[in-house]
Design a protein. Structure first.
Length: 304
């Protein structure tokens, strides 16, 4: 309860605590509320507006208020509220890394030590794997991902408790970057490393599936445009199609025209990756609906 009350104070919400001390009640910040209709569960940090504004977690409320312009843009505030309301604990021990060693398969594909160092990626001597640190949008280290040798399955292993569905890989670096934000959205962290080396401002969703919270994190980055770069398979095309449906609401959206000969952006030479055609999402979606290809990038298999 104390953690949630601290979060409410941070947001400046004033109200009353129920007699059983499980609920906080105040006017809803999402509409012109003159009769308090907004309640927060002090145990879970879940809010409810009984006038129809919906429900969710307090850190989601922060993102919504920033999106509406009712809160000053502060990339750290949502994370601070989230930590206050549920005190995320990620119990992992940072592995011992060697930054002058790399898997041979990485070198073969063209990755360099400078590219690895830019993302603090190192070689885990004990597990004989590459370790990719993962941070929150405000730069807090919350875990990491091991990329094993090509012949080992699964290829990727997460640290215990890594909250993948609450993170955008590399978002903290994009947040700190200067200049125009044409943000390339990718599936995997190594895709992100490769695209960044080519000159893109890139984030990764840590998989082909995503949720509303990750989309909101992308919106908080205030992109000037969104470029969708899912893998060149059915799951990647679905990633592009579904994510584009949501990003159009807050930014011009395009689909990166990855050659059909490439499995993903890592198969595209760095020298040509930045110059790939960007197809307007609406054109892409129209062609997907008709079940045909746009440029070289295929449509989801269930529309063929």
């Amino acid at each position: 309860m104390t953690r949630v009350l601290d979060a409410l104070r941070t947001l400046g919400l004033e109200g009353v605590i129920s007699t059983d001390r499980h609920w906080f009640r105040c006017c809803c910040p999402l509409h012109d509320d003159r009769s308090p209709s907004f309640s927060v569960n002090l145990d879970s940090g879940h809010y409810y507006c009984y006038a129809g504004c919906g429900n969710g977690k307090l850190h989601e409320l922060v993102l919504e208020l920033m999106r509406r312009g009712q809160l000053d843009f502060d990339p750290n505030l949502s994370t601070r509220i989230e930590l206050q309301e549920r005190e995320i604990r990620v119990d992992f021990k940072m592995p011992k890394l060697n930054y002058s060693m790399m898997l041979g398969s990485f070198l073969h594909r063209g990755f360099t030590f400078d590219m690895m160092r830019a993302f603090e990626i190192g070689y885990d001597i004990e597990l004989k794997s590459m370790f990719i640190p993962v941070h929150t949008i405000d730069g807090r280290l919350v875990g990491g991902i091991w990329r094993q040798r090509d012949y080992e399955l699964p290829k990727y292993l997460n640290t215990q408790g890594l909250p993948r569905q609450e993170l955008l890989f590399n978002a903290h670096r994009v947040m700190a970057a200067q200049g125009k934000r044409d943000i390339l959205c990718l599936e995997g962290p190594l895709d992100c490393v490769w695209a960044s080396a080519a000159g893109y401002m890139a984030v990764a969703f840590l998989g082909s599936k995503f949720n509303e919270h990750q989309v909101r994190l992308l919106e908080v980055l205030k992109p000037d445009s969104v470029i969708l770069g899912g893998d060149n398979d059915a799951a990647g095309a679905t990633f592009n199609h579904k994510l584009g449906q949501q990003t159009l609401a807050f930014a011009p959206t395009y689909v990166l025209n990855v050659p059909t000969s490439a499995k993903d952006v890592q198969d595209v030479p760095l020298s040509t990756l930045l110059g790939l055609e960007r197809i307007p999402y609406l054109l892409y979606a129209l062609q997907v609906t008709r079940g045909v290809k746009v440029g070289e990038h295929g449509a989801p298999s269930d529309t063929k």
